[in-house]
Design a protein around this ligand. Structure first.
Ligand SMILES: C[S@@+](CC[C@H](N)C(=O)[O-])C[C@H]1O[C@@H](n2cnc3c(N)ncnc32)[C@H](O)[C@@H]1O
Length: 288
């Protein structure tokens, strides 16, 4: 078996401002519908109120930014921040289309950016904080975006092992290619999966009152209504799993795709491919 140069699902900020951001944009509705159950749970925990001033970190195409904008009327404002200029342009377009004049966007690296309107009362992030090159410095910067006592709500993926939709796919990828374990601290979707590590970063960033909730739910892999075949293609074309196999011969990639399709057939329903997913929903307050 050959190995891959790609560390397990590592994703860096440069990927998001480039290829990965473009792939997310090209498949925006599928990605957003796939992760909407986690987003809904995080929004319910955050319980935004009219008048609040909010920053949405790593807002992508802005589904959560728009949901927040609608929930803080009248008087509230939300700013979505994302490192991908293409995603930010789409987030702005969709907010304008929905007439949400209390939503603005900023194309910037949240690890270092000074965001107009800061300090905010609330910070929100659905899967947007796992890709910082220097996470400790980034969480110090995020802390600075909040005023003392301000509240942050984060969703991050729980460990791949035991996370049904990921472990099934990784098992198949590993049938074909050796995937090196990431160095601790490597940016990527699972970089904050260890609560002790995440807790230390938040405390180092000046956050307190940390609350970790283990969310276990179901999600539609490949988006609402996807067949097993179309979800398998989506996973290989749009997600990092495909990159892990990118250097393999076409026959290997075709076999992996057939195995993924078979995995998904077992979870196929009229609504789409439904698989279990685990995430940490974490709330914290800015010290002071
Ligand atoms: C998994 S996507 C989630 C997007 C969005 N929050 C959602 O739930 O639909 C991660 C997002 O974080 C953004 N991102 C990654 N690193 C970032 C950084 N350092 N600063 C700002 N945005 C970043 C990416 O461009 C991408 O849009």
């Amino acid at each position: 078996m050959s190995s891959t140069n790609a560390t397990m699902l590592a994703t860096h900020v440069e990927d998001w401002s480039g290829d990965m951001g473009e792939r997310w944009l090209a498949n925006l509705d599928r990605f957003e519908s796939m992760i909407s159950p986690v987003g809904d749970a995080l929004l319910a925990r955050a319980a935004f109120r009219p008048g609040e001033q909010v920053v949405d970190i790593g807002c992508g195409g802005g589904a959560s930014t728009r949901a927040i904008a609608a929930s803080i009327l009248p008087g509230g404002r939300v700013t979505g921040v994302d490192v991908s200029a293409s995603l930010i342009a789409e987030a702005a377009r969709r907010a304008a289309q929905d007439g949400l004049t209390n939503a603005s966007v900023l194309a910037a690296d949240a690890a270092t950016a000074a965001v107009p309107g800061a300090p905010f009362g609330r910070l929100f992030s659905r899967f947007g904080c796992m890709f910082f090159a220097d996470p400790q410095a980034a969480f110090v910067n995020l802390g600075r975006l909040l005023h003392p006592g301000g509240r942050a709500d984060f969703a991050v993926w729980a460990p791949a092992r035991g996370n049904p939709w990921v472990s099934g796919l990784m098992g198949i990828v590993r049938n074909h290619v050796e995937v090196p374990k990431p160095e601790p601290g490597t940016p990527g979707p699972f970089s904050l999966d260890d609560p002790d590590h995440f807790r230390a970063l938040l405390e180092g960033g000046g956050f307190t009152d940390l609350d970790f909730h283990f969310w276990q739910g179901k999600q539609l892999v490949g988006g609402a209504g996807a067949s097993a075949a179309s979800a398998a293609r989506f996973v290989l074309d749009a997600m990092s799993f495909g990159q892990l196999l990118a250097d393999q011969p076409a026959a290997v990639r075709a076999t992996a795709e057939a195995e993924i399709r078979e995995l998904f057939v077992a979870h196929e329903t009229p609504s789409g491919v439904i698989m279990g997913a685990n995430a940490w929903l974490v709330s914290a307050r800015r010290d002071g």
